[in-house]
Design a protein around this ligand. Structure first.
Ligand code: SOE
Length: 379
């Protein structure tokens, strides 16, 4: 018999769907002690949250997150609302003794994130941040290859996250669908939204970033605001590129934009080591590219590993070898690891403290771009 774990979901957007799907699927594919129960969904609009709850099978709804947090029958609070609401909800949930799963980035700034870290550590509630790409099997395999030492000393790390959905200057900012363009709600633009993923992966795979030098640009300076109806200054960064040095001495280049015409979500990384290199691309997410200089010369070359065999990370839980999985499964894996950690008394990563370190890098990027200078990342 599995133990029920009652989930209270706050928000019903893209991520509310991705997480709900993961809760529903996880026990069908992973043998776990705990079983998420979709207990309540919460959002301000009763009609919208009711429609969401009906679609995904939540047992009840709330329209005030404070009520949800007070409920005795909620074990886990899942925060899927804009970034400016993360801290207040997470701190209140921690004080109420709830476990917390929070969408990325943890907060808008380092100091805001630190208050959240302190709250969960004081209450000792299990917590995790949804940096889902760690659980794409090919990415998890990259981590294993690096940790096994196959690359040897690492010299270079480069990563891009490219999109093109905000090029139209007529696109407004703010409101339910477009809060990512509103600096008050989001905290930053591509830096917090996209580079946060790239940095989380980079530091997981290659260790801490020591210092960096960034530039940002806001190509469209004014947009109509959906909440005020007025044309207002755009405060987010539309594009950001930075150079960085990792603590292990490797050099890196990161780039992110929402103005790369033709790219919808091209998230990539390539790592070059002394013996071998690896590369990954979200558009071909089930493959890992691997080059090993130790191979015999006449057959040496880049291999494209189809990460779909039973001994590849997570894949033994899915279909038969050779049949691939996709984006949604990264969330299923993250829930599986969280539940497994609960049973074993270990916290699945990244927890709030780990995500806070990513936040410090984001802060250093913003400061560096503003001051046009190198910045050390706070240790
Ligand atoms: C933005 O378009 C976005 O949806 C991000 O918010 C997600 O975190 C990323 O995974 C895909 O792109």
């Amino acid at each position: 018999m599995t133990k029920p774990l009652n989930v209270g979901m706050i928000g019903y957007g893209f991520m509310g769907r991705a997480h709900s799907n993961a809760y529903r699927k996880v026990n069908h594919f992973f043998d776990l002690e705990y079983r998420p129960v979709l207990k309540a969904a919460c959002a301000r609009s009763a009609d919208k949250v009711k429609a969401f709850a009906d679609k995904w099978g939540y047992e009840s709804i709330e329209t005030d997150w404070r009520k949800l947090i007070e409920r005795k029958d909620i074990d886990v609070v899942d925060i899927c609302v804009p970034n400016n609401l993360h801290a207040e909800i997470a701190i209140a949930a921690a004080e109420a003794g709830k476990m917390i799963l929070c969408e990325k980035p943890l907060a808008r700034t380092g100091p805001e994130a630190l208050r959240m870290v302190e709250a969960v550590e004081k209450s000792k509630v299990p917590n995790m941040v949804w940096y889902n790409y760690r659980r794409v099997p090919a990415v998890t395999l990259a981590k294993k290859i690096i940790d096994d030492g196959k690359l040897g000393r690492i010299f270079h790390y480069r990563s891009q996250f490219l999109q093109d959905w905000t090029i139209n200057p007529e696109l407004p900012q703010g409101g339910t669908a477009l809060w990512r363009l509103d600096v008050e709600a989001a905290g930053s633009g591509v830096t917090g939204d996209l580079l946060a993923h790239a940095i989380d992966l980079a530091m997981w795979l290659n260790g801490p970033i020591a210092e960096l030098n960034a530039m940002t640009e806001t190509f469209v300076k004014e947009r109509k605001h959906n909440l005020t109806g007025k044309v207002e200054k755009v405060g987010i960064d539309d594009a950001c590129a930075f150079l960085a040095r990792f603590q292990n001495g490797s050099l890196s280049l990161f780039e992110s934009t929402r103005y790369a015409r033709g790219h919808k979500a091209l998230f990539t990384f390539e790592i070059n080591g002394e013996h071998a290199s690896i590369a990954w691309d979200l558009h071909d997410l089930h493959r890992l590219q691997y080059f090993d200089h130790r191979d015999e010369g006449i057959v040496r070359g880049w291999r494209s590993i189809h990460v779909s065999d039973g001994d590849h990370p997570y894949m033994g839980n899915w279909w038969v070898p050779g049949l691939q999985i996709g984006y949604e499964h990264s969330f299923v894996h993250q829930v599986a690891d969280f539940l497994d950690g609960l049973a074993k008394g270990t916290l699945a990563q990244p927890d709030f403290r780990t995500a806070y370190h990513t936040q410090l890098v984001l802060d250093a990027i913003m400061a560096s771009a503003k001051e046009r200078s190198w910045k050390k990342v706070e240790a």
